[in-house]
Design a binder for this molecule. Structure first.
Ligand SMILES: [Ca+2]
Ligand SMILES: [Ca+2]
Length: 400
C-alpha cells in the first residue's frame, strides 16, 4: 500500500511539473522505488483505469473508438484488471495510420538504460494473417531523430512472434492464442558498441545482442503498446478485419532495475526441459541420465565427496530453484550445494543445505541468490551419515 501511494504521488508531481514545463529530475524516480521500477501499470490502481476516455497519467492516447482501449476483468495476467485493445480495419486513422496504442511521452534521456516487462494475451480470434502487426514498439524521438521506422518492435507475423531490431527480423516461434506470454526487454539505448538488447520470453532469454540499439538523436526511443497495423491503412493485402488482444503487468524500469523487478510476477514452479545430464563421476550401472528419466527407482550414483550431477537446460533462462530426490532419502540426509552457470565453466553458488532425510520424493529448494540467467545447474554432494556415495534418483531445475 505504501509503495502504491508513493507511486501515485510521484505521478501527480510529474504531471504538475510537466504542465509547468519543468524537466523531470532523476531524484523523483529514485524516491518512487529503490529497485528501479519507474512505473507499474497493472491496471489494479483505480486511478489507472481511465480507458477508453483517456490514457493513464503521463501517457498518450492513440485510439479513436470506444472499443480501441478498454479495461476488463477477464482475462488478467495479474490481479483483477487488464487492458483490452481492439482494432478494426474500418477504424479511423490515428496519427497517420491504423492503430490503438498507448504511448510514453517523448522524454527519454539520451543513452538511457531501460527495462520493459509486460504480458500479452492474443485473443483466440487472432488468426493467421499474411499482414503483420506491431504489438509493442520503441519509437525514435519525434524531433531531431533519424528515421521513421521504430528501431525495435515486437510483432506477430505469419502466425509467429517476431522482433524487428533495426530492420533485422528475429523469429521467436509460433504464437498461441488465448494464453498469456510474458516479455521482458532490457535495452541500453546507445549508438555505439556499449548498446545492449536482451529479451526474455516466458523467462527464457531469447535475445542477447550488443552494439548500437538505435540511430541517434537527442533522446532515447520511447515505448508504445497496443495494436498498430499499417497495412490496413496502405491497402496492402490482409485477410483479417479485426484484432483483439489483452495487455497486463506492465512495468518500466531504469538502470537500477534487474529482471525480477520488472518481469510479470511468476512463481518459481516452471520446470524447463533438461537437454542433458552429466556428472563428474558415476558408476556404469547408475549413469547421470538416470537422474532425468522421470523414474524414482533409477538413480545416478557417484562416489566421493564433491561428486556432482550437472543438468543442462540447453539455453540460458531465468532459473530460481531445483527439485532433488535422493536414493534412500527417507533413511539418510544429504548435504549438498547447487551452483549455476551460463557457460558450463564459470559457476556461482546459488544454494547450500541439507535434504530432509524423511522422504524419497523430490524436495524443492529455491535459490538463496534469487532468480538468475543460467543454462547449467551443478548439484554437488558433500556428506551423508552412511557413506561417501552421492545417489540422486531425480533432479530438475525450476524456472520463472
Ligand atoms: Ca492486472
Ligand atoms: Ca531416475
Amino acid at each position: 500500500m505504501k509503495r502504491s501511494r508513493i507511486r501515485a504521488w510521484i505521478v501527480a508531481v510529474s504531471s504538475t511539473m510537466l504542465a509547468a514545463g519543468v524537466a523531470l529530475a532523476p531524484v523523483q524516480t529514485a524516491m518512487a522505488d529503490p529497485a528501479g521500477v519507474q512505473r507499474t501499470l497493472d491496471w489494479e490502481q483505480s486511478a489507472d483505469r481511465t480507458l477508453p476516455a483517456a490514457a493513464p497519467a503521463n501517457l498518450n492516447k492513440q485510439w479513436a473508438t470506444s472499443y480501441g482501449a478498454t479495461n476488463v476483468t477477464s482475462p488478467t495476467r495479474d490481479g483483477s484488471h487488464a487492458a483490452r485493445f481492439e482494432l478494426r480495419k474500418s477504424d479511423p486513422v490515428v496519427s497517420s495510420s491504423k492503430r490503438a496504442e498507448i504511448s510514453q511521452r517523448d522524454e527519454q534521456p539520451a543513452g538511457a538504460d531501460r527495462w520493459y516487462g509486460f504480458s500479452i494475451n492474443l485473443a483466440t480470434t487472432w488468426t493467421h494473417d499474411t499482414s503483420a502487426e506491431i504489438v509493442s514498439q520503441w519509437h525514435h524521438c519525434d524531433v531531431g531523430c533519424p528515421g521513421t521506422s521504430p528501431p525495435l518492435a515486437l510483432l506477430t507475423d505469419e502466425g509467429r512472434w517476431k522482433i524487428d531490431f533495426r530492420g533485422e527480423p528475429i523469429d521467436l516461434g509460433a504464437y498461441t492464442t488465448g494464453t498469456w506470454v510474458d516479455w521482458v526487454f532490457h535495452v541500453t539505448w546507445r549508438t555505439d558498441s556499449t548498446g545492449l538488447l536482451q529479451v526474455w520470453k516466458n523467462g527464457e532469454r531469447v535475445v542477447h545482442q550488443t552494439g548500437a540499439t538505435h540511430d541517434g538523436g537527442p533522446r532515447s526511443p520511447y515505448f508504445k503498446f497496443g495494436i498498430y497495423k499499417w497495412d490496413w491503412n496502405t491497402g496492402a493485402p490482409s485477410s483479417t478485419t479485426q484484432r483483439v488482444m489483452y495487455y497486463d503487468a506492465l512495468r518500466l524500469g531504469d538502470e537500477r532495475a534487474v529482471h525480477r523487478d520488472i518481469a510479470p510476477q511468476r512463481t518459481c514452479a516452471r520446470a524447463p526441459a533438461v537437454a542433458a545430464a552429466s556428472a563428474t563421476t558415476y558408476e556404469p550401472a547408475n549413469p547421470p541420465s538416470n537422474a532425468i528419466d522421470s523414474n524414482l527407482t533409477t538413480r545416478w550414483s557417484g562416489q566421493g565427496f564433491g561428486a556432482a550431477l550437472i543438468l543442462d537446460t540447453g539455453a540460458p533462462r531465468q532459473l530460481c530453484g531445483a527439485t532433488v530426490a535422493w536414493h534412500r532419502g527417507d533413511l539418510r540426509w544429504n548435504d549438498y550445494t547447487i551452483h549455476a552457470s551460463q557457460d558450463g565453466v564459470s559457476y556461482t553458488k546459488v544454494w547450500e543445505g541439507r535434504s530432509s532425510g524423511t522422504t524419497t520424493a523430490p524436495e524443492t529448494v529455491h535459490f538463496t541468490s534469487g532468480a538468475l540467467d543460467a543454462r547449467y545447474l551443478k548439484i554437488s554432494f558433500w556428506a551423508n551419515p552412511e557413506n561417501d556415495w552421492a545417489s540422486i534418483t531425480e533432479a530438475r531445475p525450476l524456472g520463472l
